[in-house]
Design a protein around this ligand. Structure first.
Ligand SMILES: Nc1ncnc2c1ncn2[C@@H]1O[C@H](COP(=O)(O)OP(=O)(O)OP(=O)(O)O)[C@@H](O)[C@H]1O
Ligand code: NI
Length: 353
Protein backbone atom coordinates (compact mmCIF):
# COMPACT_ATOMS: atom_id res chain seq x y z
CA UNK A 1 0.00 0.00 0.00
CA UNK A 2 2.56 2.59 1.07
CA UNK A 3 4.85 1.86 -1.90
CA UNK A 4 2.02 2.33 -4.27
CA UNK A 5 0.95 5.55 -2.66
CA UNK A 6 4.47 6.91 -2.80
CA UNK A 7 4.65 6.31 -6.53
CA UNK A 8 1.30 7.87 -7.13
CA UNK A 9 1.31 11.05 -5.17
CA UNK A 10 1.68 13.18 -8.23
CA UNK A 11 -1.52 12.52 -10.15
CA UNK A 12 -4.66 14.02 -8.71
CA UNK A 13 -6.96 11.37 -10.08
CA UNK A 14 -4.13 9.06 -10.96
CA UNK A 15 -5.00 6.54 -8.29
CA UNK A 16 -4.76 2.84 -9.04
CA UNK A 17 -3.32 3.31 -12.53
CA UNK A 18 0.02 1.75 -11.78
CA UNK A 19 1.15 -0.92 -14.20
CA UNK A 20 1.53 -3.68 -11.63
CA UNK A 21 -2.13 -3.40 -10.69
CA UNK A 22 -3.12 -3.67 -14.33
CA UNK A 23 -0.91 -6.70 -14.93
CA UNK A 24 -2.15 -8.46 -11.85
CA UNK A 25 -5.69 -7.78 -12.93
CA UNK A 26 -5.02 -9.33 -16.34
CA UNK A 27 -3.57 -12.43 -14.73
CA UNK A 28 -6.50 -12.80 -12.40
CA UNK A 29 -8.96 -12.46 -15.26
CA UNK A 30 -7.36 -15.24 -17.24
CA UNK A 31 -7.59 -17.52 -14.26
CA UNK A 32 -11.35 -17.75 -14.75
CA UNK A 33 -12.36 -18.72 -11.20
CA UNK A 34 -15.13 -16.51 -9.83
CA UNK A 35 -14.04 -14.42 -6.86
CA UNK A 36 -17.28 -15.20 -5.06
CA UNK A 37 -19.53 -18.18 -5.55
CA UNK A 38 -22.68 -18.27 -3.44
CA UNK A 39 -24.12 -21.76 -3.57
CA UNK A 40 -27.61 -22.61 -2.42
CA UNK A 41 -27.45 -20.15 0.47
CA UNK A 42 -30.22 -20.50 3.02
CA UNK A 43 -30.42 -17.79 5.63
CA UNK A 44 -33.26 -18.12 8.09
CA UNK A 45 -34.76 -16.19 10.98
CA UNK A 46 -36.61 -18.17 13.59
CA UNK A 47 -39.50 -15.97 14.68
CA UNK A 48 -42.79 -16.42 16.48
CA UNK A 49 -44.53 -16.38 13.12
CA UNK A 50 -42.35 -19.24 11.94
CA UNK A 51 -39.11 -19.58 10.03
CA UNK A 52 -38.49 -16.58 7.77
CA UNK A 53 -36.56 -17.85 4.76
CA UNK A 54 -34.90 -14.61 3.69
CA UNK A 55 -32.44 -16.55 1.53
CA UNK A 56 -34.14 -19.65 0.26
CA UNK A 57 -31.53 -21.33 -1.90
CA UNK A 58 -29.67 -18.35 -3.38
CA UNK A 59 -26.90 -19.04 -5.91
CA UNK A 60 -24.84 -16.62 -7.97
CA UNK A 61 -21.25 -15.90 -8.86
CA UNK A 62 -19.16 -12.77 -9.17
CA UNK A 63 -16.35 -12.96 -11.69
CA UNK A 64 -13.02 -11.32 -10.97
CA UNK A 65 -13.24 -7.63 -11.70
CA UNK A 66 -16.95 -7.50 -12.45
CA UNK A 67 -19.76 -5.48 -10.92
CA UNK A 68 -22.75 -7.65 -10.20
CA UNK A 69 -26.02 -5.89 -9.46
CA UNK A 70 -28.46 -7.51 -7.03
CA UNK A 71 -31.92 -6.01 -7.57
CA UNK A 72 -35.39 -6.57 -6.26
CA UNK A 73 -38.17 -4.92 -4.30
CA UNK A 74 -37.99 -4.07 -0.64
CA UNK A 75 -38.01 -7.12 1.62
CA UNK A 76 -36.93 -9.66 -0.98
CA UNK A 77 -33.69 -10.53 0.84
CA UNK A 78 -30.95 -8.38 -0.69
CA UNK A 79 -29.50 -7.05 2.54
CA UNK A 80 -29.74 -10.41 4.25
CA UNK A 81 -27.73 -11.86 1.36
CA UNK A 82 -24.99 -9.26 1.75
CA UNK A 83 -24.90 -9.58 5.53
CA UNK A 84 -24.65 -13.37 5.18
CA UNK A 85 -21.69 -12.99 2.82
CA UNK A 86 -19.95 -10.62 5.23
CA UNK A 87 -21.01 -12.79 8.19
CA UNK A 88 -22.51 -9.73 9.83
CA UNK A 89 -25.95 -11.26 10.39
CA UNK A 90 -27.44 -10.68 13.76
CA UNK A 91 -29.67 -12.97 15.72
CA UNK A 92 -32.19 -14.44 15.15
CA UNK A 93 -30.67 -14.69 11.66
CA UNK A 94 -28.40 -17.62 10.84
CA UNK A 95 -26.99 -19.42 7.83
CA UNK A 96 -28.91 -22.67 7.77
CA UNK A 97 -27.21 -24.13 4.72
CA UNK A 98 -25.14 -23.38 1.64
CA UNK A 99 -21.65 -22.29 0.76
CA UNK A 100 -20.12 -18.84 0.30
CA UNK A 101 -16.92 -19.54 -1.59
CA UNK A 102 -14.58 -16.54 -1.55
CA UNK A 103 -11.29 -17.17 -3.36
CA UNK A 104 -11.78 -20.87 -2.77
CA UNK A 105 -12.58 -20.64 0.95
CA UNK A 106 -16.02 -21.15 2.42
CA UNK A 107 -16.92 -18.06 4.46
CA UNK A 108 -19.96 -19.83 5.88
CA UNK A 109 -17.67 -22.02 7.99
CA UNK A 110 -15.16 -19.38 9.13
CA UNK A 111 -14.85 -18.55 12.80
CA UNK A 112 -15.56 -15.03 14.04
CA UNK A 113 -11.86 -14.43 14.44
CA UNK A 114 -11.11 -15.61 10.90
CA UNK A 115 -13.85 -13.33 9.56
CA UNK A 116 -12.42 -10.37 11.45
CA UNK A 117 -9.18 -10.88 9.56
CA UNK A 118 -10.99 -11.01 6.20
CA UNK A 119 -13.50 -8.18 6.69
CA UNK A 120 -12.16 -4.68 6.03
CA UNK A 121 -9.11 -6.35 4.54
CA UNK A 122 -9.82 -8.71 1.66
CA UNK A 123 -13.48 -7.82 1.48
CA UNK A 124 -15.24 -4.68 2.65
CA UNK A 125 -18.77 -3.37 2.82
CA UNK A 126 -20.41 0.01 2.44
CA UNK A 127 -23.95 0.86 3.44
CA UNK A 128 -26.75 3.24 2.56
CA UNK A 129 -26.17 5.17 5.75
CA UNK A 130 -22.47 5.87 6.36
CA UNK A 131 -23.14 6.36 10.05
CA UNK A 132 -23.75 2.60 10.25
CA UNK A 133 -20.06 2.11 9.59
CA UNK A 134 -18.73 5.24 11.26
CA UNK A 135 -18.42 6.24 14.85
CA UNK A 136 -19.54 9.82 15.57
CA UNK A 137 -16.99 10.31 18.33
CA UNK A 138 -13.87 9.66 16.23
CA UNK A 139 -12.56 11.98 13.54
CA UNK A 140 -12.72 10.96 9.88
CA UNK A 141 -8.97 10.47 9.52
CA UNK A 142 -8.78 8.11 12.46
CA UNK A 143 -11.59 6.00 11.04
CA UNK A 144 -10.35 5.94 7.45
CA UNK A 145 -6.95 4.83 8.73
CA UNK A 146 -8.30 2.27 11.18
CA UNK A 147 -8.29 -0.77 8.84
CA UNK A 148 -4.61 -0.08 8.14
CA UNK A 149 -3.75 -0.02 11.83
CA UNK A 150 -5.72 -3.21 12.43
CA UNK A 151 -4.81 -5.30 9.40
CA UNK A 152 -1.42 -3.93 8.45
CA UNK A 153 -0.20 -2.86 11.87
CA UNK A 154 0.50 0.56 10.47
CA UNK A 155 1.57 3.27 12.90
CA UNK A 156 -0.74 6.16 13.78
CA UNK A 157 1.23 8.66 11.77
CA UNK A 158 1.60 6.40 8.72
CA UNK A 159 -2.11 5.58 8.77
CA UNK A 160 -2.86 9.29 8.96
CA UNK A 161 -0.75 10.03 5.90
CA UNK A 162 -2.39 7.13 4.11
CA UNK A 163 -5.88 8.32 5.11
CA UNK A 164 -5.21 11.67 3.45
CA UNK A 165 -4.27 9.87 0.23
CA UNK A 166 -7.32 7.64 0.41
CA UNK A 167 -9.56 10.64 0.95
CA UNK A 168 -7.98 12.37 -2.03
CA UNK A 169 -8.56 9.27 -4.16
CA UNK A 170 -12.26 9.19 -3.44
CA UNK A 171 -12.59 12.85 -4.34
CA UNK A 172 -12.75 14.56 -0.96
CA UNK A 173 -11.36 18.06 -1.63
CA UNK A 174 -8.49 19.35 0.56
CA UNK A 175 -8.27 16.14 2.59
CA UNK A 176 -5.42 17.50 4.73
CA UNK A 177 -7.84 20.16 6.00
CA UNK A 178 -10.75 17.77 6.46
CA UNK A 179 -9.00 14.83 8.08
CA UNK A 180 -9.60 16.05 11.63
CA UNK A 181 -13.29 16.73 11.01
CA UNK A 182 -15.91 14.55 12.63
CA UNK A 183 -18.51 12.67 10.56
CA UNK A 184 -21.28 15.19 11.34
CA UNK A 185 -19.17 17.94 9.77
CA UNK A 186 -19.29 16.15 6.42
CA UNK A 187 -22.18 16.37 3.93
CA UNK A 188 -24.02 13.13 3.10
CA UNK A 189 -22.11 12.70 -0.16
CA UNK A 190 -18.74 13.38 1.48
CA UNK A 191 -19.53 10.97 4.31
CA UNK A 192 -20.29 8.34 1.69
CA UNK A 193 -16.92 9.05 0.07
CA UNK A 194 -15.21 8.79 3.46
CA UNK A 195 -16.86 5.42 4.06
CA UNK A 196 -15.66 4.26 0.63
CA UNK A 197 -12.15 5.48 1.51
CA UNK A 198 -12.29 3.42 4.71
CA UNK A 199 -13.53 0.38 2.77
CA UNK A 200 -10.72 0.77 0.24
CA UNK A 201 -7.95 1.23 2.79
CA UNK A 202 -6.67 -2.34 2.56
CA UNK A 203 -7.46 -2.68 -1.14
CA UNK A 204 -10.19 -5.29 -0.82
CA UNK A 205 -10.68 -7.78 -3.63
CA UNK A 206 -14.42 -7.56 -3.15
CA UNK A 207 -16.56 -4.58 -2.24
CA UNK A 208 -20.12 -5.23 -1.11
CA UNK A 209 -22.22 -2.09 -1.49
CA UNK A 210 -25.75 -2.17 -0.07
CA UNK A 211 -27.81 0.69 -1.56
CA UNK A 212 -24.78 3.00 -1.35
CA UNK A 213 -26.48 5.90 -3.13
CA UNK A 214 -30.11 5.57 -2.11
CA UNK A 215 -29.96 8.29 0.55
CA UNK A 216 -28.20 10.78 -1.76
CA UNK A 217 -29.60 13.28 -4.21
CA UNK A 218 -29.39 12.43 -7.90
CA UNK A 219 -26.23 14.39 -8.78
CA UNK A 220 -24.23 13.05 -5.84
CA UNK A 221 -25.64 9.59 -6.52
CA UNK A 222 -24.16 9.70 -10.03
CA UNK A 223 -20.79 10.85 -8.69
CA UNK A 224 -20.59 8.01 -6.17
CA UNK A 225 -21.53 5.45 -8.82
CA UNK A 226 -18.88 6.90 -11.14
CA UNK A 227 -16.38 6.54 -8.32
CA UNK A 228 -17.28 2.89 -7.72
CA UNK A 229 -17.07 2.17 -11.43
CA UNK A 230 -13.70 3.92 -11.65
CA UNK A 231 -12.26 2.00 -8.70
CA UNK A 232 -13.54 -1.23 -10.18
CA UNK A 233 -11.96 -0.36 -13.50
CA UNK A 234 -8.60 0.80 -12.22
CA UNK A 235 -8.14 -1.59 -9.31
CA UNK A 236 -9.90 -4.60 -10.73
CA UNK A 237 -11.92 -4.66 -7.52
CA UNK A 238 -15.01 -6.85 -7.83
CA UNK A 239 -18.26 -5.33 -6.60
CA UNK A 240 -21.60 -6.64 -5.41
CA UNK A 241 -23.91 -3.67 -5.85
CA UNK A 242 -27.27 -3.94 -4.15
CA UNK A 243 -30.00 -1.62 -5.32
CA UNK A 244 -33.72 -1.49 -5.95
CA UNK A 245 -33.05 0.98 -8.78
CA UNK A 246 -32.78 -0.58 -12.22
CA UNK A 247 -31.38 2.66 -13.60
CA UNK A 248 -28.36 2.26 -11.32
CA UNK A 249 -27.90 -1.30 -12.55
CA UNK A 250 -28.05 -0.33 -16.22
CA UNK A 251 -25.42 2.36 -15.85
CA UNK A 252 -23.04 0.63 -13.49
CA UNK A 253 -23.18 -3.17 -13.56
CA UNK A 254 -21.82 -5.87 -15.84
CA UNK A 255 -24.26 -8.54 -14.80
CA UNK A 256 -27.48 -8.60 -12.83
CA UNK A 257 -29.10 -11.01 -10.40
CA UNK A 258 -32.81 -10.29 -9.92
CA UNK A 259 -34.06 -11.38 -6.52
CA UNK A 260 -37.61 -12.14 -5.51
CA UNK A 261 -38.89 -13.54 -2.21
CA UNK A 262 -35.60 -15.03 -1.07
CA UNK A 263 -34.50 -16.41 -4.43
CA UNK A 264 -32.66 -15.36 -7.55
CA UNK A 265 -35.25 -15.46 -10.32
CA UNK A 266 -33.16 -14.18 -13.21
CA UNK A 267 -29.46 -13.78 -13.80
CA UNK A 268 -27.52 -12.55 -16.82
CA UNK A 269 -25.60 -9.69 -18.42
CA UNK A 270 -27.05 -6.20 -18.24
CA UNK A 271 -27.71 -6.35 -22.00
CA UNK A 272 -29.55 -9.66 -21.78
CA UNK A 273 -31.60 -8.65 -18.79
CA UNK A 274 -32.72 -5.34 -20.25
CA UNK A 275 -33.10 -6.38 -23.89
CA UNK A 276 -34.45 -9.88 -23.42
CA UNK A 277 -35.90 -10.28 -19.92
CA UNK A 278 -37.35 -13.78 -19.49
CA UNK A 279 -38.83 -13.77 -16.02
CA UNK A 280 -42.16 -11.96 -15.62
CA UNK A 281 -40.87 -10.35 -12.41
CA UNK A 282 -37.90 -8.81 -14.24
CA UNK A 283 -40.23 -7.63 -16.98
CA UNK A 284 -42.45 -6.08 -14.31
CA UNK A 285 -39.51 -4.27 -12.69
CA UNK A 286 -38.42 -2.88 -16.07
CA UNK A 287 -41.95 -1.72 -16.90
CA UNK A 288 -42.15 0.05 -13.57
CA UNK A 289 -39.16 2.30 -14.34
CA UNK A 290 -40.16 5.77 -15.60
CA UNK A 291 -38.90 6.54 -19.11
CA UNK A 292 -37.40 10.05 -19.09
CA UNK A 293 -37.59 10.28 -22.90
CA UNK A 294 -41.37 10.05 -22.94
CA UNK A 295 -43.83 12.69 -21.77
CA UNK A 296 -46.73 10.30 -21.59
CA UNK A 297 -45.81 7.84 -18.89
CA UNK A 298 -47.15 4.37 -19.35
CA UNK A 299 -46.12 2.97 -16.00
CA UNK A 300 -47.13 -0.46 -14.88
CA UNK A 301 -46.07 -1.05 -11.34
CA UNK A 302 -46.26 -4.69 -10.30
CA UNK A 303 -49.47 -5.18 -8.38
CA UNK A 304 -49.53 -6.91 -5.01
CA UNK A 305 -46.75 -7.39 -2.50
CA UNK A 306 -43.77 -9.61 -1.81
CA UNK A 307 -45.19 -12.57 0.16
CA UNK A 308 -44.24 -13.09 3.78
CA UNK A 309 -41.01 -15.02 3.72
CA UNK A 310 -42.27 -17.06 6.65
CA UNK A 311 -45.09 -18.36 4.52
CA UNK A 312 -44.35 -18.42 0.80
CA UNK A 313 -46.95 -19.84 -1.56
CA UNK A 314 -46.80 -23.37 -2.87
CA UNK A 315 -45.52 -23.45 -6.43
CA UNK A 316 -43.86 -20.34 -7.86
CA UNK A 317 -43.41 -17.53 -5.31
CA UNK A 318 -44.30 -14.97 -7.95
CA UNK A 319 -47.41 -16.72 -9.27
CA UNK A 320 -49.90 -14.74 -7.14
CA UNK A 321 -48.69 -11.52 -8.82
CA UNK A 322 -47.81 -12.89 -12.25
CA UNK A 323 -49.93 -11.91 -15.25
CA UNK A 324 -48.77 -15.05 -17.08
CA UNK A 325 -49.35 -17.56 -14.31
CA UNK A 326 -51.14 -20.77 -15.24
CA UNK A 327 -52.46 -23.60 -13.12
CA UNK A 328 -49.10 -25.35 -13.33
CA UNK A 329 -47.42 -22.32 -11.71
CA UNK A 330 -49.55 -22.83 -8.59
CA UNK A 331 -47.91 -26.20 -7.96
CA UNK A 332 -44.54 -26.34 -9.76
CA UNK A 333 -41.64 -24.71 -7.94
CA UNK A 334 -39.30 -23.47 -10.67
CA UNK A 335 -35.54 -23.25 -10.11
CA UNK A 336 -32.97 -21.30 -12.14
CA UNK A 337 -32.12 -22.83 -15.50
CA UNK A 338 -30.16 -21.64 -18.48
CA UNK A 339 -32.41 -20.05 -21.10
CA UNK A 340 -29.67 -18.55 -23.25
CA UNK A 341 -25.86 -18.28 -23.10
CA UNK A 342 -25.01 -17.23 -19.54
CA UNK A 343 -28.62 -16.20 -18.97
CA UNK A 344 -30.73 -17.96 -16.35
CA UNK A 345 -34.38 -17.70 -15.41
CA UNK A 346 -36.54 -19.37 -12.80
CA UNK A 347 -39.84 -19.47 -14.66
CA UNK A 348 -41.31 -22.74 -15.84
CA UNK A 349 -41.83 -21.04 -19.18
CA UNK A 350 -38.65 -20.46 -21.16
CA UNK A 351 -39.99 -17.29 -22.71
CA UNK A 352 -43.39 -16.42 -21.27
CA UNK A 353 -43.53 -12.86 -22.57
N1 LIG B 1 -34.30 -9.64 12.37
C1 LIG B 1 -35.18 -10.18 11.53
N2 LIG B 1 -36.15 -10.99 12.00
C2 LIG B 1 -37.05 -11.56 11.18
N3 LIG B 1 -37.08 -11.38 9.86
C3 LIG B 1 -36.14 -10.58 9.32
C4 LIG B 1 -35.15 -9.94 10.13
N4 LIG B 1 -34.36 -9.19 9.32
C5 LIG B 1 -34.84 -9.36 8.07
N5 LIG B 1 -35.90 -10.20 8.08
C6 LIG B 1 -36.70 -10.62 6.92
O1 LIG B 1 -35.85 -10.87 5.82
C7 LIG B 1 -36.47 -10.44 4.64
C8 LIG B 1 -35.47 -9.78 3.76
O2 LIG B 1 -35.02 -8.55 4.32
P1 LIG B 1 -33.90 -7.67 3.63
O3 LIG B 1 -33.54 -6.59 4.58
O4 LIG B 1 -32.80 -8.55 3.16
O5 LIG B 1 -34.66 -7.07 2.37
P2 LIG B 1 -34.07 -6.10 1.27
O6 LIG B 1 -34.28 -6.80 -0.04
O7 LIG B 1 -32.70 -5.69 1.60
O8 LIG B 1 -35.09 -4.88 1.32
P3 LIG B 1 -34.81 -3.29 1.24
O9 LIG B 1 -34.80 -2.96 -0.23
O10 LIG B 1 -35.98 -2.70 1.93
O11 LIG B 1 -33.53 -3.00 1.93
C9 LIG B 1 -37.61 -9.53 5.02
O12 LIG B 1 -38.79 -10.08 4.54
C10 LIG B 1 -37.62 -9.49 6.51
O13 LIG B 1 -38.90 -9.77 6.97
NI1 NI C 1 -31.86 -3.89 2.11
Amino acid sequence: MSERVASERTGEHGAYTEASDEEEFELIRRDGEPILSVQDLRTHFDTEEGTVKADDGVSFEIEEGEILGLVGESGCGKSVTSLSIMRLLQRPGYIADGRIMFRGEDLATKTKEEMRRIRGNRMAMIFQEPMTAMNPVFDIGWQVGEPLRIHQEMSRSASRTEAIELMRRVGIPSPEDRIDDYPHQFSGGMRQRAMIAMALACEPDLLVADEPTTALDVTIQAQILDLIRELNDRLGMSVLLITHNLGVVAGTCDRVAVMYAGRIVEYGTVEEIFNDPRHPYTKGLINAVPDPTRDEQDLHPITGNVPSLADTPEGCNFAPRCPYATEQCQTDDPRLREVDDDHYSACIWEDPL
